[in-house]
Design a protein around this ligand. Structure first.
Ligand code: ATP
Length: 338
């Protein structure tokens, strides 16, 4: 039995959470993997109700779980996810961008993963006022750069892909910080002679994600660049509604959609639940590897095949050119999982 903590979130978060709970119920009842879901509060609604965007009780429950699923939260996102990443040392943010059939995509045959360093860079919140100027501190360490580089090479090794790691930075301008990141990745690359290694400046990468996205396998980059490039990559393959993500540490992991709370479509049953359902798929993959549990890998494959199959048959939500509601889409996924 796997204990899963589920943060239901804000905006479209609760709708997406219902979809994921329905999918997990079906897995629990029909496949060989048992899960027990505990719903938790965090985000804007939690802040209003409890005075804390990330209540202590939520953190305690997450720590007692095998994995955490997190729906998007609203304005208080920085007080929830950025804090959780630090508290649980979830140093690797894994954001796949993969082509699915029948998508409003810029290009096809894309299968890449962005491995984003999750704990430092400009996201540590070190901002200071000096007169009328604000100074933000950017920290990049050898240790954090090394472990994210190792994670990127291991990811490329595990994938059935092009066996290439592209290290994205701007070391020609940020010579010290990105210089260290680039040099450290280069050193780690020497331990993986079978994997092609290349450097790319972030501006060139932003361009190449549009021009030749199919040429990428694994991109490894710092926190802010990874945040921006992964939104871009998800748009190239069909939009945020199809974009899952994982935050992985050595002991724990949290899975969440790439997108935010999307208040503009909240409560309308038009949100695409694929981003969260595919995040659950990434969770089962991780549980499978961590616990050497093949049945989790099988569940992950079933989820992936179900989503792939229904969009291939043209069953889609509005954001990807269809007319199915969140619930209808979810029911179609479920009917293919069983
Ligand atoms: P954040 O800054 O927290 O990432 P944001 O304001 O940039 O959030 P998102 O909430 O990430 O915006 O989403 C941008 C837009 O993409 C939304 O306004 C919505 O229209 C669309 N969108 C995002 N997620 C989905 C989804 N799951 N299904 C359908 N449309 C979505």
């Amino acid at each position: 039995m796997y204990k899963i903590a589920l943060i239901t979130g804000d905006g479209i978060g609760p709708e997406l959470s219902e979809s994921v709970i329905d999918v997990l119920d079906v897995i629990n009842d029909n496949l060989g993997v048992k899960v027990e879901v505990t719903k938790l509060q965090a985000g804007d609604a939690a802040l209003k109700k409890t005075g804390k965007a990330l209540p202590d009780e939520t953190v305690e429950q997450i720590k007692k779980s095998d994995a955490c699923l997190k729906a998007p939260v609203g304005e208080s996102a920085a007080d929830v996810i950025v804090v959780l990443r630090r508290l649980l040392d979830l140093y690797a943010n894994i954001r796949p961008a993969k082509s699915y059939p029948n998508m409003p995509a810029l290009k096809e045959n894309i299968d890449m993963v962005i491995v984003r360093e999750n704990t430092e860079d400009l996201y540590t919140g070190m901002e200071f006022e000096v007169g009328e100027t604000i100074i933000a501190l950017r920290s990049i360490s050898k240790n954090a750069s090394e472990r994210i580089a190792r994670h990127a090479f291991a990811t490329s090794e595990q994938r059935d892909g092009k066996r290439k790691v592209t290290c994205v930075h701007k070391s020609n301008v940020m010579r010290k910080t990105d210089g260290l990141f680039a040099k450290t990745c280069e050193q780690v690359a020497k331990r993986y002679p079978k994997i092609t290694f290349e450097h790319m400046y972030v501006d060139a990468c932003a361009m190449n994600l549009i021009r030749q996205p199919e040429s990428f396998d694994v991109i490894v980059t710092t926190n802010l660049f990874g945040d921006i490039l992964s939104d871009e990559a998800s748009q190239v393959v069909g939009g945020l509604g199809m974009a899952p993500a994982a935050n992985i540490g050595d002991r724990f992991a949290l899975f969440e959609p790439v997108h935010g709370a999307a208040f503009d479509i909240a409560g309308k049953q038009v949100a695409n639940p694929s981003s969260f359902i595919l995040s659950a798929k990434m969770m089962f993959e991780w549980l499978g590897i961590k616990n050497s549990d093949k049945s989790c890998q099988d569940v992950a494959k079933k989820i992936e095949d179900a989503v792939y199959g229904i969009v291939k048959d043209g069953i889609k939500t509005r954001d990807i050119g269809g007319n199915k509601s969140t619930k209808e889409f979810t029911q179609n996924v479920i009917s293919r999982i069983i």
